[in-house]
Design a binder for this molecule. Structure first.
Ligand code: ZN
Ligand code: ZN
Ligand code: FE
Length: 757
C-alpha cells in the first residue's frame, strides 16, 4: 500500500545542494513525488511503502549536505496521489525570498582533491568550488540566490560546467559559482601600481616574491589581505610601518595543523575550530620558538592562526612557507578593500605587488576571530563563515533594524524568530566605515526583503549612527542604553525571557545620566532595566585621550584615592611620568574641565596596568588590559574590596582596590603577582556583589557581557565561581562579548517595545 507524506524542512536549505540531496535520497528509497523550494524552506512530497518512508525521514537529517542547517522538520500524512516519478520542481520567481542564505564556506575535501589532481580538468584552478563549498554571501547582489544575481553573472558557463550545473546527480548541481579554467574567473599578478605583469603562473610567482620578502596584496573571498612571509622580520616590520599598525597582532595562515604546531600549541577544541568549514582565525598560545618573527605579535602570548579557506590560498600555501601573515587589506581603522581599482588606490603605498582576480566581491567580510574559553568557542569578531546565519530567538518578533554601537560595530535585522546580525563593520570613526554600514544595511534588507518598522540606535547623542537615525524620516526611531543592549544580546542568544542580573563590564557606554558607564550590574529584562550596582565614578582626564593613554587613568585613580598629596612624594620616581603633564591633569580634574566621569571597568584595568609599569600608552583598543591579563601569575591572594549601599544602589569602590595595588607597587611586588591578586579580587568582588543582589531581588539567573569578558581569566573564573554559588550563569558564545553584540540587544529591545504598542 502506497502512502504519501508531505514534509516541510526549514533552516539553511537553499543554495546548499538540498534538493539534489533529497532527489538522491528519494531515489535510493524508491520513492516518488517531488521536492521544491518554498519561501520558508523546502517542501517535499514522497510516496511509497511505509518502511521506505520511515527510512527516508530517518536519513534526512542525518545525511543532509554539509552546508545545510535544519531548524525544523514537519511532516503530515496524505492520501496517495500516485506519482510516477520523483522530480525537482524549479522554484518560481520570488519564491525563495524568506529562505536563509548560506555563509561563505571553505573549499571542501572533494574539491581539494580535484585541485591537486593532474588529471582533473580543474587542476590548480584557483576558483574550484561545488554545492558543498565556495563563496555565497559575499557574491550575492540580490535574491533569489541564482547565478544572475551574483557576481558570477559576468561569466558564462562552458558546456562542461553547464552539464554539471543541470545534473541533479552531480556535485555541482546548481552550484552558482561553478566555474573552470575555460569559463571562469582568473588570477593575475600586478605591480604596486596595479599594472598587469603578464606572468604566466601568477600564484607561483607570488609565492616566490613572498619568499623574497615582498609585501603582497592578495584578493580573497571577503576582501584583500596583505601578506608577507611570517618568518622574515624585516618584511613584517615593513608591513607594520606601511600599514600604520604598530603592535596589534597580525593573523597567520599556515597550510596545515601540523605546520601551526611548530610554532603554537593546539588543543582538541582549537583543532576542531580551525578545520571547521567556517575556517575562522583562532587565538592560540605561542610555543616557545623563534620560527615566527617576533614582530607578528609583540608582547603577546598568543597568535591568531587560520588554515587556507579558498583554492587560491591552498595554491599559495602549497609553496614551502611555515606561515604567511594574512592581515586585513586596509590602512589601520579603515574598512578592508574589496575592489581592484580601489585596492590600488588604498593599498598601493603598502603593497609591492597585487595578486588580483576578476570575481567581484559584492560585500566585504573580514575573517572571523574566535578563541576557546571555558571549554567553548567564543566569538571575538563574527564575520566570514558565520554571517548571515541568524541567531534564533525564543519567539517571533516584529521586523526591526538596529544600528549597533560605535566600536566593532555590526547591524542587526529581525524577522520572525530570527535575528540577522551582519558582519563586522569596524569602528565607526570615519566616513568610509559609515558608508560600509549603510551598504550593509541596504544589502541585508535587500537579500532578506525586509522593511523594518523601527530603527534602533544607541543613546549616545554623538554617535554617527545616532545622527544617521535622526537624519532620516522614513522610520520611527528608538534610543537604547548601551549596557542594557549588552545584557539583552546575551539573553537573546540563550533564549532567556525572565528578569536577569546583567553583569556588564566594558570600557565605554553612554549612561542615562550623561556619564561614561562601564562597570555595571543591571536588573534587566528584554524591555527595561534598573541600574542596581556600579563602580563609583572617577574622572577621565582628557576624555577620549584617557582611553589611549592609560597613565592618565592611573593619575585619576591615584587622585581619587589619595588626593593631591600623593603627587608630592616618590610617585614620580616610581613611574617616569612628566610632572608638568600631571599638573595639567590635576587642574583639569579639579576644575572638572574635559574630565567626564566614568564607572568603567575597562579603565580600572588600564589604570592598574599603568601604575604597575606595564603600559602608559596603547597602540590598539584594550592593549593595556590584555597585557595585564597576559602577565598574570595565578594566586589565591587578593586585595580587600568594598561596596556600600546608597539608596537602592550598590556602589563598588575602585579606589579601595587601587590603594592596595599602589602600595604593592611601591613595596616592589612584581607586576605578575599584582595582576594575579587584582584579577582574583575582580572575581571575588563581582561574585559577592552578584550573589548579594540576586538574593535581594529574588532571582538566580545571571548574564555576563561586555568587552572585559574577553579576558579569559575573568570569564572562566567568574563563570565557575558564580556557578558554585548556585547561580545560573550565561556568557556570550555565538555573538561577541564586545560591542559587536550591541545591535542584537538593541534589535530585541526595540522589537519587544514595539510589541507593547
Ligand atoms: Zn567543493
Ligand atoms: Zn567551465
Ligand atoms: Fe560595550
Amino acid at each position: 500500500m502506497a502512502q504519501r507524506l508531505r514534509v516541510h524542512v526549514q533552516g539553511i536549505v537553499q543554495g546548499v545542494g538540498f534538493r539534489p540531496f533529497i532527489y538522491q535520497l528519494a531515489h535510493r528509497n524508491r520513492l516518488k513525488g517531488y521536492v521544491a523550494n518554498t519561501p520558508k524552506g523546502v517542501e517535499i512530497e514522497v510516496e511509497g511503502g511505509q518502511e521506505a518512508l520511515h527510512h527516508f525521514l530517518q536519513e534526512l537529517p542525518k545525511t543532509a549536505p554539509p552546508l545545510a542547517t535544519i531548524t525544523q522538520i514537519d511532516s503530515e500524512e496524505l492520501p496517495a496521489a500516485h506519482y510516477s516519478t520523483f522530480e525537482i520542481r524549479s522554484s518560481e520567481e520570488g519564491q525563495e525570498r524568506a529562505a536563509l542564505i548560506s555563509p561563505d564556506t571553505a573549499t571542501c575535501s572533494d574539491c581539494l582533491r580535484e585541485l591537486f589532481d593532474q588529471h582533473d580538468r580543474r587542476y590548480l584552478y584557483p576558483f574550484i568550488n561545488c554545492t558543498n563549498c565556495g563563496p555565497r554571501y559575499t557574491i550575492i547582489n540580490d535574491i533569489p540566490y541564482d547565478r544572475p544575481k551574483t557576481s558570477m553573472a559576468a561569466f558564462t558557463m562552458c558546456n562542461e560546467c553547464s552539464r554539471e550545473y543541470y545534473d541533479p546527480m552531480d556535485r555541482r548541481f546548481h552550484a552558482q559559482p561553478n566555474a573552470c579554467w575555460a569559463c571562469g574567473p582568473h588570477v593575475w599578478l600586478a605591480d604596486g601600481e596595479g599594472k598587469d605583469l603578464g606572468i604566466k603562473e601568477p600564484i607561483s610567482e607570488a609565492a616566490s616574491l613572498l619568499s623574497q620578502g615582498a609585501i603582497l596584496a592578495v584578493k580573497g573571498l571577503g576582501g584583500f589581505h596583505l601578506a608577507v612571509d611570517a618568518t622574515q622580520r624585516e618584511a613584517v616590520k615593513r608591513l607594520r610601518l606601511r600599514k600604520g599598525r604598530e603592535e596589534k597582532p597580525l593573523a597567520l595562515m599556515s597550510s596545515s595543523l601540523e605546520q601551526i604546531e611548530t610554532y603554537a600549541f593546539l588543543g582538541e577544541d582549537e583543532r576542531q575550530l580551525l578545520i571547521s568549514a567556517k575556517r575562522p582565525i583562532v587565538i592560540v598560545p605561542k610555543r616557545p620558538s623563534d620560527i615566527i618573527a617576533p614582530e607578528v605579535a609583540p608582547r603577546n602570548r598568543s597568535f591568531g592562526v587560520m588554515l587556507p579557506y579558498t583554492p587560491l590560498h591552498h595554491l599559495l600555501l602549497s609553496h614551502p612557507f611555515v606561515a604567511l601573515v594574512m592581515t586585513s587589506g586596509n590602512m589601520s581603522e579603515e574598512p578592508i578593500a574589496i575592489d581592484n581599482q580601489e585596492a590600488v588606490k588604498r593599498l598601493g603605498t603598502i603593497a609591492d605587488y597585487f595578486l588580483f582576480h576578476d570575481r567581484d566581491i559584492i560585500l566585504r567580510s573580514d575573517d572571523s576571530l574566535l578563541r576557546i574559553a571555558g571549554g567553548r568557542p567564543r566569538q571575538i569578531r563574527r564575520s566570514r563563515g558565520y554571517v548571515p546565519v541568524p541567531i534564533f530567538l525564543r519567539k517571533s518578533v516584529p521586523t526591526v533594524l538596529a544600528l549597533g554601537g560605535e566600536l566593532k560595530s555590526t547591524i542587526c535585522l529581525t524577522t520572525e524568530n530570527r535575528a540577522f546580525v551582519g558582519q563586522h563593520i569596524g569602528d565607526l570613526e570615519n566616513l568610509e566605515t559609515l558608508e560600509f554600514l549603510e551598504q550593509s544595511v541596504d544589502h541585508l534588507q535587500r537579500i532578506l526583503e525586509l522593511r523594518p518598522r523601527l530603527l534602533v540606535h544607541d543613546l549616545h547623542p554623538d554617535y554617527l549612527t545616532t545622527q544617521l537615525a535622526e537624519a532620516q524620516e522614513e522610520f520611527p526611531t528608538l534610543a537604547v542604553q548601551h549596557h542594557h543592549a549588552h545584557v539583552v544580546s546575551c539573553m537573546a542568544e540563550h533564549g532567556l525571557q525572565s528578569t536577569v542580573l546583567g553583569l556588564t563590564l566594558d570600557g565605554t557606554g553612554y549612561g542615562e545620566d550623561g556619564t561614561v558607564w562601564g562597570g555595571e550590574i543591571l536588573l534587566a529584562d528584554e524591555k527595561s532595566y534598573e541600574r542596581v550596582a556600579h563602580f563609583e565614578y572617577v574622572p577621565m582626564p582628557g576624555g577620549a585621550k584617557a582611553i589611549k593613554e592609560p597613565w592618565r587613568m592611573a593619575v585619576a585613580y591615584l587622585w581619587a584615592t589619595f588626593g593631591e598629596e600623593i603627587f608630592q612624594d616618590d610617585l614620580l620616581s616610581l613611574r617616569n611620568w612628566d610632572c608638568n603633564q600631571i599638573e595639567v591633569l590635576l587642574q583639569m580634574m579639579q576644575r572638572k574641565v574635559n574630565s567626564p566621569l566614568t564607572s568603567s571597568c575597562g579603565r580600572l584595568f588600564d589604570g592598574v596596568a599603568a601604575i604597575i609599569g606595564l603600559r602608559d600608552r596603547i597602540a590598539y583598543e584594550g592593549q593595556a588590559a590584555i597585557e595585564l591579563e597576559q602577565c598574570l601569575k595565578p594566586t589565591t591572594e587578593r586585595y580587600q574590596y568594598e561596596f556600600r549601599e546608597v539608596g537602592r544602589k550598590l556602589l563598588l569602590s575602585p579606589t579601595t582596590i587601587f590603594r592596595q595595588v599602589y602600595e604593592d607597587t611601591v613595596s616592589g611586588v612584581e607586576p605578575p603577582v599584582i595582576s594575579g591578586k587584582f584579577h582574583q579580587t575582580m572575581v571575588e568582588m563581582f561574585a559577592e556583589a552578584s550573589l548579594h543582589l540576586c538574593k535581594h531581588y529574588g532571582i538566580n539567573r545571571i548574564v555576563c557581557s561586555g568587552g572585559v569578558f574577553q579576558n579569559v581569566f575573568l570569564l572562566e573564573n567568574l563563570e565557575v565561581r558564580l556557578g558554585d554559588l548556585g547561580l545560573e550563569v550565561y556568557t556570550p558564545e555565538l555573538i561577541p562579548a564586545n560591542d559587536a553584540c550591541i545591535s542584537l540587544g538593541q534589535a530585541v529591545i526595540g522589537a519587544m517595545r514595539l510589541e507593547d504598542q
